[in-house]
Write a protein that binds this ligand. Structure first.
Ligand code: ADP
Ligand code: MG
Length: 738
């Protein structure tokens, strides 16, 4: 399956957004981020530090400042990756950074403004333009899925039932890696269709969230595109290459405050950044290179990105920064994180002829439908020629004749047959020597034959429609999509790509030169004069000074990393304490309110599912032996609600003994004599008023009930009846209280 296997590091680029209005109004301090675009460096100023403290410098594959254009970022840093995906590699682009630093802007941007379209819409254009311009012997199948991870649950954003849908499970396949089971995947034939898929998902994401900003800063969104391409190889067979592209907009990287929360909110808070801290741990473990264990399984996100980080994929990380001084700590953390990610080595390879390629299934299905259609054509042609009285000779041209001809032939055959049957029916009707019964039978037969004919025609039509629908899903290079770009634009595009490539190479060379500069000083140590010696020594001194500054930087970095570790440890301890408290609370309830035997029963049935990270109940009856363990109804219960003895059956048949007649309570005769009880008065206001008007004595009517049997019609109330009811009420209260 693998063709080219080599190691390459994760590409890390950094982008800083402009100061927003609020930050600008905060004061004249300006931004704390400076960028050297030529060298790919970010220089970070600590607003709280003294002027003498050295600034922190980080070097990346590319940096984009506040004035950078979406198009530049795409052409320089993303385009090569998409080209690789189109060639059959796996590719991942993920945006990482604090909330509000431009992750969504970079990934999606403003769709309607061509200048502000982000990575995702540009990738759509790129993929479909590439297909339209490729050779006509290539067939493509493009699929898209959209999911989000929210509170450690994977949710399908294309599921129409998104709001109520259950969380999806992750599965692993040795060939294609980790995947999401039952995830909706839409075949897309054009840019418009794939944009529609994106819109549907974005709407589901917005609907699912009460507060969009809050939600999006806590959930990770993954848009997945699979591009399958089939092309005949030198061996004459069609080979399929599958490129998978993950476009990831991560949740905000800032720490969520979780002090003083309990119960569900605590669990939520504990899960919010679990994926992100797991991502951090994975990156650290991979960048370190010495750790044998990479904790991919600690979160859903890291499992899904397993191939993208240290596996079979080409990966670009876009770290986004805000320039405001108040976010110095977060900006520094993002830069450190990004700096670490540079060291991750991936082993991308072309996915050639994987077993699960959908394109192969499509091709097989299309071939099967075509064969069926050809077979039908062959049959109708044969029948037609038999009808015409000619001997049919297979000329073996079924493969070469088009579908239109198939339809024409079938239609012609049906028409001829219909005409023939009508003629025959007419003949039968006009035949005076035939018996009426015989006529009826023959006419019925012809009618049936006509029905069969129509059914067959319908089946052929359905088959043709299915065949056409399947075939339309496959995109053929240079055919299905019309490329509106003219030659001049194409040239312009090409030039732009060349320039982007040139800039990238230049930057790489500059970075290499910078490293070599330091090393070459020592080589020039042969002096011819004192003057030269002084110069050389000065240079050396400068070098040592530089080294000293570097040392100071590294020391500061160590201090920063330590501080960060202490901070995160404190947070973890706090979460642990809160969880322990919660656990103690649950234990208290279990120990004191659940009988031990019930608890043991439940505990014996529980098993842990590591795939879903959940405790699950084992079914009471094992699924495979369900039918064998279910006892049959005893023969004495057939037709009855419960088993019944022979004696009782006889007794029922005799109808004598009332004891055996309880089988059906409806047979019991109810005693309809009015009960000797009284109810508390729920008489209406008007009735009470009536009582008032009849008897003004306050002791007789207040809170006193009248006697009224459930089977009697209400009577008009008299003063005497209310007196009686008082007495009755005293004796009957226990029975009527309800
Ligand atoms: P995030 O997704 O990281 O939370 P957003 O992408 O929503 O952040 O960006 C927050 C705001 O900043 C948006 O209004 C966006 O338009 C603006 N913004 C972000 N990056 C840039 C940029 N490079 N240029 C101009 N505006 C930007
Ligand atoms: Mg966002």
């Amino acid at each position: 399956m693998s063709k080219t296997k080599s190691s390459e590091s994760v590409k890390v680029v950094v982008r800083c957004r402009p100061l927003n209005r609020k930050e600008e109004s905060n004061g004249p301090a300006g931004g704390i981020v400076q960028m050297d675009l030529r060298l790919g460096q970010v220089i970070l100023r600590n607003p709280r530090a003294s002027a003498s403290e050295p600034q922190k410098t980080f070097t990346f594959d590319a940096v984009y400042d506040a004035n950078s254009k979406q198009r530049d970022l795409y052409d320089e840093s993303v385009r090569p990756l998409i080209d690789s995906v189109l060639a059959g590699f796996n590719g991942t682009i993920f945006a990482y950074g604090q909330t509000g630093t431009g992750k969504t802007y970079t990934m999606q941007g403003a769709w309607l403004d061509p200048e502000k379209r982000g990575v995702i819409p540009n990738a759509f254009d790129h993929i479909f333009t590439h297909i339209s311009r490729s050779q006509s012997d290539k067939q493509y199948l493009v699929r898209a899925s959209y999911l989000e991870i929210y509170l450690e649950e994977v949710r399908d954003l294309l599921d129409p039932n998104h709001g109520n849908a259950r969380a999806l499970e992750l599965r692993e396949n040795p060939e294609s890696g980790v995947y999401v089971r039952d995830l909706t995947s839409c075949v897309c034939k054009s840019i418009k269709e794939i944009e529609e898929v994106m819109n549907v998902g974005n709407q589901a994401r917005a609907v699912g969230a009460t507060d969009m900003n809050e939600h999006s800063s806590r959930s990770h969104a993954l848009f997945l595109i699979t591009v399958e391409c089939s092309q005949p190889g030198p061996d004459g067979r069609k080979h399929i290459r599958v490129g998978r592209l993950n476009l990831v907009d991560l949740a905000g990287s800032e720490r969520q405050a979780k002090t003083g929360v309990q119960g569900e909110r605590l669990k939520e808070a504990a899960k919010i950044n679990l994926s992100l801290s797991a991502l951090g741990n994975v990156i650290s473990a991979l960048a370190d290179g010495r750790s044998s264990h990479v904790p991919y399984r600690d979160s859903k996100l890291t499992r899904l990105l397993q191939d993208s980080l240290g596996g079979n994929a080409k990966t670009v990380m876009v770290a986004t920064l805000g320039p405001a001084p108040q976010h110095y700590d977060e900006t520094l953390t993002t830069l450190r994180y990004a700096n670490r990610a540079k060291n991750i080595q991936n082993q991308p390879r072309v996915n050639e002829d994987p077993k699960d390629a959908l394109l192969r299934e499509f091709q097989l299905e299309i071939a099967r439908l075509r064969a069926q259609l050809n077979h039908r054509k062959w049959r109708s042609k044969q029948k037609k020629e038999q009808v015409d009285g000619e001997g049919w000779e297979g000329d073996g041209d079924e493969e070469t004749e088009g579908e239109e001809e198939v339809e024409k032939e079938a239609e012609e055959y049906v028409k001829l047959q219909e005409q023939r049957l009508e003629r025959e029916k007419q003949d039968i009707r006009e035949d005076q020597f035939m018996l009426a019964e015989e006529k009826q039978r023959l006419l019925g037969e012809k009618e049936r034959m006509m029905g069969d004919l129509r059914k067959e025609q319908e089946a052929t039509e359905q088959l043709t429609a299915k065949y056409k629908a399947m075939e339309s899903k496959l995109l053929v290079g240079g055919k299905n999509i019309i490329d509106h770009t003219n030659e001049q634009q194409k040239m312009l595009e090409m030039k732009r790509h060349e320039i982007a490539e040139q800039t990238r190479r230049e930057r790489e060379i500059q970075q290499q030169m910078l490293v070599q500069d330091d090393e070459t000083v020592e080589l020039k140590e042969t002096f011819t004069s004192l003057q030269q010696e002084v110069e050389a020594k000065t240079k050396k001194l400068k070098k040592y000074l530089k080294l000293y500054a570097k040392l100071q930087c590294i020391k500061a970095e160590i201090q920063d990393v330590n501080d960060e570790h202490v901070r995160s440890r404190q947070e973890l301890e706090q979460t642990q304490n809160e969880l322990t408290r919660e656990l103690k609370f649950k234990y208290l309830i279990i120990e004191n309110f659940i009988p031990p035997e019930e608890k043991n029963k439940i505990m014996n049935r529980l098993t842990f599912d590591p795939e879903e990270d959940q405790w699950k109940f084992q079914p009471l009856v094992p699924a495979e032996s369900k039918s064998s363990q279910m006892k049959k109804r005893p023969s004495s219960a057939v037709g009855y609600k419960r088993p019944i003895s022979q004696y009782a059956r006889v007794a029922i048949a005799m109808g004598a003994h009332s004891r055996y007649r309880a089988e059906n309570i409806m047979f019991l005769e109810l005693d309809m004599t009015p009960p000797n009880t009284a109810t508390l008065d729920r008489a209406t206001k008007s009735e009470r008023n009536q009582i008032h008007s009849l008897d003004n004595s306050p002791t007789k009517d207040r809170g006193v009930c009248k006697s009224r049997s459930w089977c009697q019609t209400p009577k008009s109330i008299t003063s005497s009846s209310s007196n009686v009811s008082l007495a009755a009420c005293h004796t009957a209260t226990p029975m009527t209280a309800q």
